[in-house]
Design a protein around this ligand. Sequence first.
Ligand code: CP
Ligand code: NVA
Length: 322
Amino acid sequence: MRHLLTLADLTTAEFERIFSITEDLKAKFSSGLREPLLPGRVMALLFEKQSLRTRVSFEAAMVHLGGNSLFLGQDVGFGLRESIADFGRVLSEYVDVIVVRANSHMTAVDLAEHSNCSVINGLTDFCHPCQAMADIYTVRELVGGRLQGRTIAWIGDANNVARSLALGCGKLGIRLVMAVPEKYQYNEKKLAWIRQQVPELDLAITADPFEAVCDAVAIYTDVWASMGQETEREIRRKDFAPYQVNAKLMAHAQKGAVFMHCLPARRGEEVTDEVIDGPQSVVVQQAANRMHVQKGILAWMLGTQSPVSTTEKAPSLTIVDD
Ligand code: CP
Ligand code: NVA
């Protein structure tokens, strides 16, 4: 049994394996075939925050694979009626996998530690591994499979999505250049944690978005205030204003560079309509790949050739706080 709480939980070979399953299933899906690799399997979606893409792409993925899913919202009283440990112990008697979207990453860690089934992180304040996997898969499609040595530019907040992208880039030999206002850059401890998980990561951090985009094949941004940071929205809007991805910034990128966003976007803040709706934007392909890559993850995790359990403590069970 394996969990996927951060991308540090996967080896490079496991990334490649999941991408290869994804490629196969996506090609079959395009030709009208939905291969039922997981008949009778049940997935619970335990969500403390709102979601369109993660929820629906996981549910559709499981249906295509011949399994079933249960969306568990507020009514199950997660975190309210009983301990997370009791909740996990009981829920995992009924289902084969739990996808959790939690306010605090430690909630997902606690749930995984007490569940007798696989737990997948569907976003926490700390990271968003399924998003970054789909994003890297999207770049892989766009560059014809050759990821090694490519550069992705991250513009904006060094948030949950950025952290997962950093881990994924490290595992797959992609260079990551982050343009983040100084006040919001990783502190020493956070940087040390990333370096410890992916010592091979080629990471550059700058405060200059124009410097960041010049060698990149993809320019990626996300909201300036993530879910849970709503009270900081006004101050962040001012602090991040020079980091908007607009036509002027895109003009500094290489010819052929694409624009990426995990969505939902706050148009007019981190990105202009002109860029997100323009010819360089691949945001819909990214969102579509959430479903395909999650099929790859589910088939890898729960299928007949499921991965060997690790007896070591998973790296994702240790995180760093401020
Ligand atoms: N990108 C993403 O995770 O979207 P949702 O919040 O809609 O799931
Ligand atoms: N960083 C964003 C991502 C949403 C998919 C958030 O956490 O709200």
